[in-house]
Design a protein around this ligand. Sequence first.
Ligand SMILES: [Zn+2]
Length: 259
Amino acid sequence: VLCYHSVGSRACGELRRWELTPAFFEDQMAYLRDAGYAPVPLATLARWLREPGADMLPDRPVVVTFDDAYANFEQAFAILARHDVPVTLFVPTAHVGDRSSWYATQAARDRMIMSWAALADVHASGVEVGSHAHRHVPLDEQPIAVARSDIARSKALLEDKLGAPVQAFAYPYGYFDAAVRRAVRDSGFRYACAVKNWTSGPGDDHLAIARIFPPTDGDLVAFARVLLHGNRSRRRTEAVSTKAWRLARRVRSGLRRRP
Ligand SMILES: [Zn+2]
C-alpha cells in the first residue's frame, strides 16, 4: 500500500521530501502496469484482510493512497485516471479549504488544502474519500475522549458534505494505540491505514494496514525495490553503507593525521 502526499514541484521546507514531480509520479504509475502490478481499491484489500479465504485479490496487488488532500491532488488524480489506478484520499477535515497549518515550520504551513467543492468533484469521479481525523494531531497523545470526538467529527463532516458513507481512515502521522484503534472502529470505520514502512500481507490488521513511502527523488529502481521490500530493508541497506562510508573516512583521516 503506497502512501503519497503531494505531486507537484513547489514544496519547500519539511514538505519537500513528501513531494514528487508529476513526471516521476507518471513514471511510477506506468511502472506498476509494466511490471505486472494490479492496482486495486483499498476496500478490496481491506475485505481480503478481514476474510483472507476469499479469492478476491489479483496477483501482485497494489493500493495507492494520498494523505492530507493538498490542492495539487487534482494534478495527481489526472495521472491516476490516465493509468486507471484507483485511489483513496485521506482528508484532515478541519483544514479543508484552508492551509496545512498543522506543520511546525512556516514554509510548510501555507500549502492549500482542497475545498469541499473540489473534494465532492473527485469523489463524484470515483476517488474514495477517507478521514485523516479532524485536526491532524497525533491521536495517541490526546486524552481518549478528545481523540474520539476528533475522529467522529471528521467522519460526520465528510458524510454530511459528500452525502455518502465514509469507510476509510488514516491515522495522522501513522500514530495510534489500542484505544485509538478502538475509537476508529467504534466510530464506524471499516478499515484504517497506519504507516509501518512495510508491505501488507495476510494476517495484517485491517484497522492498521501497513503502508510504505514511495521515493520522491526520481529513482525508479528505488521505487521497484520499495514495492518488493517496503522501506525497511532499504533503510537497513542505507544504514549499513552509511556506516561503512563513515568508517572508511575515519580510517583515511586517521592515516593522514599520522606523521
Ligand atoms: Zn497527514
